[in-house]
Design a protein around this ligand. Structure first.
Ligand SMILES: Nc1nc2c(c(=O)[nH]1)N[C@H]1C(S)=C(S)[C@@H](COP(=O)(O)O)O[C@H]1N2
Ligand SMILES: [Mo]
Length: 266
């Protein structure tokens, strides 16, 4: 043991000791040893840190926990700057695309019985409110022409019409429901689903749409009713709404489960 300690102290005295009679050669050797040691330590700690990151548990979205913290910081900033007073830029109807892009068909299976479709709204009491399309179309109609943005990198000015979600809340007296933090929406087959903060759902430009370019929605674009939420990316604009529910916990969300930001705000 003593021998080992003596060896170690000899090594360090060689490394750092100030010798009085160092020749230039010795000095170069000493500096080389010091820089190699520093390099090795840095390399090793970098490798360790990387392994540590890889070993961290992933969350439900398959995102490593410490990277997820970045997303959560985004949410906090988003919550602070978001206000229902900020409107998304709109365009004249003449600028709306005639041929509207189609993207994503999860939950849009062919076995859909659109003739018997009703919108199911789950109230806090547990009761289910069923609303036929004709009742939705009887509510005040709101139109919007805006730049629809998909996270995959494309955007398109498009023209939609329907009822403001906030008007539906008013009409069906869903005031208790919108005290909840989140709204969950899903397709009738429950294969595509989104969770949205209630503040964004109540935004004046958030619509439950039944028209695109002054006509019924094509089946592939969500007939009879889809969500158009201009403050969010395309992923949140669920086509073919079947069920709506309210909760204080985040509802499940198809793309958040696949690693995308839960808020997906613009
Ligand atoms: N039911 C359902 N809704 C959906 C999707 C989907 O796959 N299924 N894809 C989303 C995505 S990623 C985008 S960009 C928009 C595309 O809407 P569009 O087909 O009308 O352009 O729908 C969203 N809503
Ligand atoms: Mo998208």
């Amino acid at each position: 043991m003593k021998k080992i300690l003596a060896n170690i102290s000899w090594f360090f005295s060689k490394l750092f000791g100030r010798r009085q009679y160092t020749s230039v050669d010795q000095e170069i050797r000493r500096k080389t040893i010091v820089s190699l040691s520093v390099f090795t330590v840095l390399l090793f700690s970098g490798y360790k840190a990387w392994m540590w990151l890889l070993e961290q548990p992933e969350d439900a979205g398959g995102v490593e926990r410490h990277l997820r913290k970045g997303f959560e910081a985004n949410e906090k900033v988003f919550g602070k700057i978001f206000s229902n007073q900020h409107l998304v830029k709109t365009f004249p109807k003449s600028e709306a695309a005639k041929k509207v892009r189609v993207n994503g068909d999860v939950g849009l299976g062919n076995d859909f019985d659109y003739k018997n479709w009703v919108l199911n709204i789950k109230k806090v009491s547990g009761d289910i409110l069923t609303v036929p399309l004709s009742d939705i179309m009887a509510l005040p109609k709101t139109e919007i022409v805006y730049d629809f943005k998909c996270v995959e990198g494309w955007s398109q000015v498009s023209h939609w019409a329907g009822v403001r979600f906030s008007d539906l809340v008013e009409k069906y007296n869903l005031h208790e429901e919108v005290k909840m933090a989140y709204v969950g929406l899903e397709t009738p087959d429950e294969k595509y689903y989104v969770g949205i903060d209630t503040l964004s759902m109540m935004h004046p430009q958030t619509l439950l749409c039944y028209e695109m370019n002054n006509d019924y929605l094509p089946l592939i674009q969500g007939y009879p009713l889809r969500l158009i939420i201009p403050v969010k990316y395309g992923i949140k604009n669920l086509k073919r709404i079947g069920n709506i529910a309210f909760s204080n916990e985040k509802p499940r969300d198809y793309w958040a489960e696949n690693g995308y930001d839960y808020y997906a705000g613009l």
